[in-house]
Design a protein around this ligand. Sequence first.
Ligand code: SAM
Length: 327
Amino acid sequence: MVQERFHDPVLVTEVVAFLVRKPGIYVDATLGGGGHSSAILHALFEAGYGDRSLLIGIDQDDAALREASERLRMYKAGLVLVKGNFQDIEGIISRVCCEKERDPLVAGILLDLGVSSFQIDTPERGFSYLRDGALDMRMDSSASLRACDIVNSYEERELARLFYRYGEEPRSRSIAKAVVAYRQIHGSVGGTQELAAIIRDNAHGGEKVIKTLSRVFQALRIEVNGELDVLSRALDGGINCLEGHGRMAVISYHSLEDRIVKQAFAEKAKSDWGPKGVGLREPLAYGEIALVTKKPLIATPKEIALNSRARSAKLRVIEKIPLRRLL
Ligand SMILES: C[S@@+](CC[C@H](N)C(=O)[O-])C[C@H]1O[C@@H](n2cnc3c(N)ncnc32)[C@H](O)[C@@H]1O
């Protein structure tokens, strides 16, 4: 079953307003169905920057690349789509820019984290506890680790740690115990619905069951796709590629992601004033970036009413500070 709409982009007006301010190279590192890319390209052409601009779209999911390439075909001349992981953003940008004979300096980067509605709503991808499918959860279907490998081979202690660390699930231990007990009786956990039933039997009732289901599925998805490690690398690599006054916008959907983004940005925005009490007139090193959004931006009630995915979205934006000239 495939839904009619691939994915409705979240906070799209805000993303475009923050990012698109001049002609240049723009990178959508989480292309998905191309919703944000389409809006960025539209804004570039509206402003008369289209001919001098290039959009690099990156995704690790073949289905996303197929959808986006169809949706964005009218912009073909100024568009390069790349299958890859955004942790390699620096290498991807330098390769594309070399091919296009352009300086590898980027005006804007977007990371719209997590999975698309299309991925969640495709049962055989195994992302949703609401759909009957294999326990897969790979965004890149050529990757080797699947959710079923974790559920059926990790020891009880490892599973408990995983559900707690990546799902912040308070009942992580009893769910891990139940999974292992199920394996001992039935040999293995077969699919999303078998896992969901184990979780339901071991969660507290009512609304808490839904929360526990979401947290355990989230934890598995993060482990399968190495989501938190690749995010840190993408933030570092992306900031390295920004030109002076270039901007990076990141939309996160849960607190683990948002914490990483917030801390990485705060760290890079900080100047180094040396040991306390030295009283330098200038810092030893200036911060690399400025925080454009001091607090994360969230969706309006109107957007949330139209698109439930927007409910947990948090947008943070930074701007690269141009290198200071040596006197
Ligand atoms: C929330 S969706 C993006 C939707 C997109 N902004 C749109 O408007 O259609 C996230 C997309 O990023 C991709 N993705 C997630 N992590 C990735 C990674 N580490 N490297 C490359 N793509 C990734 C997913 O496959 C998915 O298609």
